[in-house]
Design a binder for this molecule. Structure first.
Ligand SMILES: Nc1ncnc2c1ncn2[C@@H]1O[C@H](COP(=O)(O)OP(=O)(O)OP(=O)(O)O)[C@@H](O)[C@H]1O
Ligand SMILES: [Mg+2]
Length: 164
């Protein structure tokens, strides 16, 4: 049987963890504990990116300098309240069965040059951030961005013995 669900999230990175747990309870019947952990870690990075870089438009360089100044999390809160970004939502759709878990995440940002981050895995390896997409690619089986980069489909293929 195919499980289908749609969700809408606000721009609050602190709510991503509980949302991912909720997603996890929906798909746990299809995944082994290890796969569920990998799926959760990977999808969390993708959703956090959709909030901070997509809807709130903080790019790589800005994140670097805000982290250095120690004002990154204040800036996230400020932007989430700013009228320019406030109405923006993250749309998430889930489609799952025993062969495949597929999640599509869309944000209202301008997208990004995702090829650049996929091409050179070792770029900026010593920066304080820049690991999210690497984590997602490591733990998920497929990550496909639209041309613009504001919508991404991720796939986890179940392997091994399922969660009880
Ligand atoms: N949905 C998105 N919209 C716009 N830009 C994005 C999006 N997702 C990722 N990016 C860009 O790709 C870069 C790399 O993302 P990645 O998750 O690897 O690192 P990060 O978010 O900067 O840091 P970290 O995830 O380690 O905290 C981001 O800094 C951002 O510039
Ligand atoms: Mg990230």
């Amino acid at each position: 049987m195919i499980l289908r669900r749609n969700f809408v999230l606000d721009n609050n990175i602190y709510e991503v963890e509980s949302f991912v747990k909720r997603l996890g309870t929906l798909v746990r019947a299809y995944l082994s504990p290890e796969d569920l952990m990998k799926f959760s870690l990977g999808i969390a990075e993708i959703i956090i990116n959709a909030v901070e870089h997509g809807n709130l438009e903080i790019n790589y360089e800005e994140k670097s300098s805000l982290l250095k100044e120690g004002t990154y999390f204040d800036q996230l809160r400020e932007r989430a309240e700013n009228s320019k970004y406030k109405g923006r939502k993250i749309n998430i759709s889930l489609c799952a069965d025993e062969n495949k878990i597929e999640v599509t995440v869309s944000d209202s940002g301008c997208g990004f040059d995702w090829r650049k981050y996929f091409q050179d895995e070792n770029r900026n390896i010593l920066d304080f951030h820049g690991r999210g997409l690497k984590i997602a690619r490591f733990y998920l089986d497929e990550i496909v961005y639209n041309e613009t980069g504001n919508e991404v489909k991720v796939v986890k293929i179940p392997t091994g013995k399922k969660c009880k």
